[in-house]
Design a protein around this ligand. Structure first.
Ligand code: SF4
Ligand code: SF4
Length: 134
């Protein structure tokens, strides 16, 4: 029988919370890679989408906190459509982002762009505020 043990021995509260927020059965993923192979944003990601799932499975919080993949994810649902296990990777990415934002760790500081806001598409500004900052 195989055991999945996180770096902290027993599954951390952090990982439990991501699972709870996503509502997905993370351990159902067997890493076939179909999600990553079909992801339109993968070229800009530093980790493949299924590597984010793997980081959750093994309790690698450092990777979850530092990877740009959850932030680059466009929530397009292509991975969900392709997954043979029916795993909603969009919801998992959202769970990872939520955990980071709840610690007041914004991915971008919108104030840094204050002198350019008028030139940016309003939908991009609103989207960045809602998705990338707390
Ligand atoms: S397609 Fe599904 S089962 Fe395959 S690696 Fe991605 S999430 Fe895991
Ligand atoms: S939802 Fe995110 S991870 Fe899934 S295919 Fe789209 S961009 Fe890639």
């Amino acid at each position: 029988m195989a055991f999945l043990i996180s770096k902290e021995g027993i599954e951390s509260e952090y990982i439990k919370k991501i699972k709870e927020l996503s509502g997905e059965d993370i351990n159902a993923c067997y890493h076939c890679g179909k999600c990553s192979a079909g992801c339109p944003s993968v070229d800009s990601m530093d980790r493949l989408p299924n590597q984010i799932i793997r980081a959750i499975q093994i309790g690698d919080i450092e990777t979850l906190k530092t990877s740009n993949t959850p932030w680059i994810c466009a929530s397009c649902n292509m991975c969900f459509i392709r997954c043979p296990r029916g795993i909603d990777l969009c919801a998992i990415m959202e769970g990872v982002r939520q955990m980071i934002l709840r610690e007041n760790e914004d991915y971008i500081d919108i104030k840094k762009y204050s002198d350019r806001l008028a030139d940016l598409p309003p939908i991009a500004v609103v989207s960045a505020q809602r998705k990338l900052s707390s």
